[in-house]
Design a protein around this ligand. Structure first.
Ligand code: PLP
Length: 358
């Protein structure tokens, strides 16, 4: 059994994907070819936003968003400590200061109660200017945007949705990628919607942000890429990757159903033995990971291994304990829920072709 079976997916879509790639080889527009625009239109339609802008990867998608929001030195940006490194990395990369927030014990997502406390503490301290929140749809489950948006409004903060793992999820029918001021996703192969290399996208309803991001992704271009009006970067999605994603996106709704069936099967067979992931009323998860909790994680993982079932740990180290963030001066014990999660979570194989192979 494989942790994520990309080969099974390719076999299922091979004829269509091969034909799409061949079309790109025939027209030869490898950078910003017609498939890129076609994909952006399809993505915007699926997510339900005005603008979808593709880029080179999910990390750049976050960086481009923070650039559009003018995040800089002296700014505080709040994000969960229990997440993938990129969420916090991009804040520091822009020269701003990540302010970490504890997790919700039930959903593993950012805890809105702790979020408000950390915002108030930052204001009271008076050293940084609170500017934005990056919430993460961890393991495929959208964060609690109804509550987080209220807090963002109350303190006049921008809200970014990191939907790298959340693409396909929803709250009351509103899709991941449509929350906050700007949302981002990743098309890294192992994500719910992945390509065959690196890729990412940014979603927004805001025309001004969309224009800025389109400029920043091509060297801060003005009328063309040799007229440069600001400092940007080179972060485009390859046409071949867009071609592959068009076929994968067409299949995605069926895959999402399959992922949810796989999660239901896990729930039935495991809920008595482990703490299984719970999806709040009205929420849909895209199940980027199916994550269990066990106080004796090593023993549990060894048992699965014996049965030929691979497991992985996402994530062993919270952001406030990462060496790279030593300079922020956090210590053990400052985020009790997240620290406990880091010690007890482990994930099981999850992909839309589980039945075919397992
Ligand atoms: C994967 C991931 C990213 C970064 O995406 P890349 O395409 O690998 O750069 C950012 N945030 C989260 C939560 C992720 O899981």
């Amino acid at each position: 059994m494989q942790f994520i079976d990309l080969a099974a997916q390719y076999q299922h879509l091979k004829t269509k994907i091969d034909a799409r790639i061949q079309t790109v080889l025939d027209h030869g527009n490898y950078i910003m070819g017609p498939e890129v625009q076609e994909l952006e239109a399809e993505l915007a339609k699926y997510v339900g936003v005005k603008h979808a802008i593709t880029c080179a990867n999910g990390t750049d998608a976050l960086t481009l968003s923070l650039m559009a929001l003018d995040i800089k030195v002296g700014d505080a940006v709040f994000c969960p400590t229990f997440t993938f490194f990129a969420t916090a990395e991009v804040i520091a990369y822009e020269g701003a200061t990540p302010v970490f927030v504890d997790s919700d014990a039930a959903t593993f997502n950012i805890c809105h109660v702790d979020l408000e406390k950390r915002i108030q503490a930052t204001i009271a301290e008076g050293k940084l200017i609170p500017k934005a929140i990056i919430a993460v749809d961890l393991f495929g489950l959208p964060a609690n945007y109804p509550e987080i948006q209220k807090i963002a409004d109350r303190y006049n903060l921008k809200l970014v949705e990191d939907a790298a793992q959340g693409f396909g999820g929803s709250i009351d029918g509103k899709r991941a990628g449509s929350f906050g001021d700007i949302a981002t996703t990743s098309f890294f192969p192992a994500k719910p919607l992945g390509c065959y290399g690196d890729g990412g996208a940014i979603f927004t309803n805001n025309d001004e942000y969309a224009e800025l991001i389109k400029s920043y992704r091509v060297h801060g271009k003005g009328s063309d890429k040799y007229d440069n009006v600001s400092i940007g970067m080179n972060s485009r999605l390859d046409t071949i990757q867009a071609a592959i994603l068009l076929e994968k996106l067409a299949e995605f709704p069926i895959e999402l159903i399959n992922r949810n069936k796989a999660a239901e099967n896990y729930e039935v067979s495991l809920s008595g033995k482990y703490k299984t992931p719970q999806v709040p009323e009205g929420y849909v998860s895209s199940w980027a990971q199916y994550t269990l909790l066990s106080a004796s994680r090593d023993t549990a993982m060894a048992m699965f291994k014996e049965k030929g079932i691979p497991t992985m740990v996402y994530y062993r180290t919270c952001m406030h304990m990462q060496t790279a963030f030593d300079y922020l001066g956090y210590s053990v014990g400052s985020f009790p829920v997240a620290e406990k999660l880091a010690k007890s979570v482990f994930s099981l194989p999850m992909h839309p072709y589980m039945d075919a192979k397992s």
